[in-house]
Design a protein around this ligand. Structure first.
Ligand code: FEO
Length: 172
């Protein structure tokens, strides 16, 4: 069993990760509609990774003897002014998720819950990588997205992203 507050925070994080998947699929919908299949693909892969994160936290709760309860997943409500908008919203969202993971980590530290801290270590590293990826996309878009040829090349590059299940994530 886990400390009640930590279990609640982790349960809530399952919802947040599923929302992240939903949000990134919404980004993918936008890009697919714009004819940018590479950008759409990149966010489809991102959505799959977010779903994995939700599954991993759910499994950790179950393996710790906790119940998992689901709440409604919020509707993505972003509207996009241009092709850069989802990229910026993505970075902002990842920074938010980092703050959530960090808050759970703080609580685990306060409770001397070393098992949960170890579990979350993977997520701390993952958030660092996801913020970097989101920032890199913005930089590339600024450099290459301003003309049709550059945008086409970037779209082709993003089409190459390969989904790798997060099986190497936290021990379960
Ligand atoms: Fe699961 Fe991108 O945070």
């Amino acid at each position: 069993m886990l400390n009640k507050k930590i279990a609640e925070l982790l349960n809530d994080q399952v919802n947040k990760e599923l929302y992240s998947a939903y949000l990134y699929l919404d980004f993918a919908n936008y890009y697919a509609d714009e004819g940018l299949d590479g950008f759409a693909h990149w966010y489809e892969v991102q959505a799959q990774e977010e779903r994995d994160h939700a599954f991993m936290i759910r499994r950790y709760l179950l393996n710790s003897g906790e119940k998992v309860t689901f709440a409604a997943i919020a509707k993505p409500d972003k509207t996009f002014a241009n092709h850069m908008s989802p990229l910026e919203a993505g970075l902002e969202h990842e920074r938010y998720v980092t703050s959530l993971i960090t808050a759970i980590y703080h609580e685990a530290f306060a409770q001397k819950d070393y098992k949960t801290m170890q579990f979350l270590d993977w997520f701390i590293k993952e958030q660092g990588e996801e913020e970097t990826n989101a920032d890199d996309l913005i930089k590339k878009m600024k450099l290459f997205g301003c003309d049709a040829k550059g945008l086409y090349a970037l779209n082709q590059e993003l089409l190459g992203r390969v989904y790798a299940p997060s099986a190497t994530g936290p021990a379960m």
